[in-house]
Design a protein around this ligand. Structure first.
Ligand SMILES: Nc1nc2c(ncn2[C@@H]2O[C@H](COP(=O)(O)OP(=O)(O)OP(=O)(O)O)[C@@H](O)[C@H]2O)c(=O)[nH]1
Ligand SMILES: [Mg+2]
Length: 519
């Protein structure tokens, strides 16, 4: 029995045999007893509450870095599971590489189709004929294609088929962007051929599983399972013979793609580093280095038959998310808990150890956003990603909309959402490394953001300015007073991001402890 009840019973015994004093005493005892009941009930509730998983939703426009942040969480708290996926990421990384090559081929094709020279058309036996450029008045300043460059470009043409095959093998669903949506914008990265994505019926992790070497999954990872919300019922598990045949075919195809790539590594590198190609890409406004899934500088390593992706490669790989994916972690390892409180607080905090965290990763493109609201109901925190470098870019899915404006309007709607009024909002102003590069290239923020006016165009001032803008939006639109937690991040810098993740985890946990009245 609880010791507080014992002392009340003892007080009651001592007061017996004394008329009205006895009644008073009994009333008092009843009152104390009921107070104790309430305290016990509250504690029970708090413990129950503390056992609930922490649910965190990652939001932000497409390519803001949501999945990349999830990978950082995996590296920090489910490294075994992260390592399990290494072999499967190889295919995605190679697909990213091939896609970059196809973007170059398209840009060269575009370059030729823009030329009005009849000589070019009549004299070009192949798309990349040398002489044609020489006779083009509008391309006088572009150096001539060498025979060697033509040969390399011709050799790379079959990579279009390789790309299609890799996508098919990964269970691809191609983005149905119309040609109008793949517009031209000199301020950004305008050529956006249809982007590979795994649709929610398949689930990208499931797709990755399909191309993994066949071996039993280890149970050692703390990543417990991933579930695809939208189509759980629709997907039919394949029979073992189907799975075996499919997997054999898939690995044969992938082996062939790997061999083709290793034979073409030299040509890819020659094309990528050719000054003429660089000029054409420049003219087309294409900056592949700053785009998602850029691996052209690592072509020899990635095309090697013995290639195994590094952690950094996996974090830099691009696989667009569609639908909702959830990730389960148990990050509260006893060694992570700082011994910074009194014994009782420590003891109570310890009851949190082993608590489950669920992170929800959603697709950020406009068409995917309607699946977000059902997740608002039961979440504890939102990590909102706003790419800070994209003030001069447009949405790939709608070329009329500026990417920064899109981020700002999303952030505004999250801040003012009634259902989210008590939810902790954490802002990641991501892609700071790209902001640095862009500013170094001489891009002026004031040319795109009028309110930036004549402020100094350096990274620190720009970052401070955007941080303040997002803060003002939160302050003005929040229905309840709430704290502003903002971080400047470069999600591909895993070391720096791991520190941010620790701070974010502790911040979310502190709010929980507070809500459960533990501290
Ligand atoms: N340079 C740089 N690249 C980043 C950064 N964060 C993410 N990326 C890259 O940007 C690309 C897109 O990131 P994702 O995490 O797939 O973006 P997402 O928000 O999940 O996009 P959707 O799934 O389409 O909603 C990937 O290739 C990442 O490696 C960053 O801070 N700096
Ligand atoms: Mg994603």
């Amino acid at each position: 029995m609880d010791s507080r009840r014992l002392s009340v019973a003892h007080a009651r015994d001592q007061s017996s045999g004394n008329g009205s004093r006895e009644e008073q005493s009994e009333a008092y005892a009843r009152q104390v007893s009921s107070q104790i009941d309430n305290v016990l009930k509250a504690e029970k509730m708090a413990i129950k509450k503390s056992k609930k998983p922490v649910k965190v939703l990652l939001l932000g426009q497409s390519e803001s870095g949501k999945t990349t942040i999830i990978k950082n969480f995996q590296m920090a708290y489910a490294y075994d599971a992260f390592v399990e996926e290494r072999a499967a990421w190889k295919t995605v990384i190679r697909l990213n590489l091939v896609r970059s090559v196809v973007i170059i081929l398209d840009a060269v094709q575009q370059h030729f189709s823009q030329s009005s020279s009849p000589t070019r058309r009549s004299r070009s036996p192949s798309l990349f004929h040398t002489e044609s450029v020489k006779h083009s008045s509008s391309y006088d300043t572009i150096p001539a294609f060498t025979t060697e460059l033509n040969r390399c470009l011709d050799n790379l043409t079959p990579l279009r088929d390789t790309k299609a095959l890799l996508e098919r093998r990964l269970g691809a669903s191609l983005d149905s962007s119309s040609p109008e949506e793949i517009g031209h914008d000199r301020g950004s990265n305008p050529r956006r051929p249809e982007e590979f994505s795994i649709n929610s019926r398949v689930g990208w992790r499931a797709a990755l599983d399909r191309v993994k070497p066949r071996r039993r999954m280890s149970e050692s990872g703390t990543l417990m399972y991933t579930q695809n919300h939208q189509n759980r019922k629709r997907s039919r598990p394949s029979t073992s013979s189907e799975a075996t045949t499919g997997t054999t075919q898939t690995s044969t195809d992938l082996d062939e793609c790997g061999t083709a790539l290793s034979h073409l590594a030299h040509d890819i590198q020659s094309v990528w580093t050719d000054p003429l190609i660089q000029t054409i890409l420049n003219r087309e406004g294409i900056c592949l280095e700053e785009g998602p899934g850029f691996f052209l500088d690592d072509v020899r390593r990635i095309a090697s038959p013995h290639y195994t992706p590094t952690d950094d490669d996996i974090v830099r790989a691009r696989l667009r998310t569609m639908g909702v994916q959830e990730y389960h972690f148990r990050p509260d390892n006893p060694s992570n808990v700082k011994n910074n409180g009194t014994a009782i607080i420590r003891q109570r905090r310890d009851s949190y150890l082993g608590r489950e965290w669920i992170l929800y990763d959603v697709g950020g493109c406009r068409a995917s956003r309607q699946v977000w609201p059902p997740f608002f109901e039961h979440i504890n925190a939102i990590i909102f990603l706003a790419p800070i470098h994209c003030f001069d870019e447009r949405l790939p899915e709608d070329r009329r909309i500026n990417r920064l404006e899109d981020s700002v309007s999303l952030w505004t709607s999250i801040c003012k959402n009634k259902v989210l009024k008590n939810v902790q909002l954490i802002l990641f102003l991501n892609k700071c490394d790209l902001l640095r590069k862009k500013i170094a290239r001489g891009v002026k923020v004031a040319d795109y953001v009028l309110t930036f006016a004549d402020k100094s165009n350096d990274v620190k001032t720009v970052a401070k300015f955007f941080r303040q803008e997002f803060y003002e939006i939160l302050r003005i639109n929040s229905l309840e007073r709430r704290g502003f937690y903002a971080y400047l991040t470069s999600a591909i810098d895993t070391r720096a991001t791991s520190m941010t993740i620790i701070a974010v985890r502790e911040g979310i946990q502190r709010k929980h402890l507070k809500e459960a009245e533990i501290i």
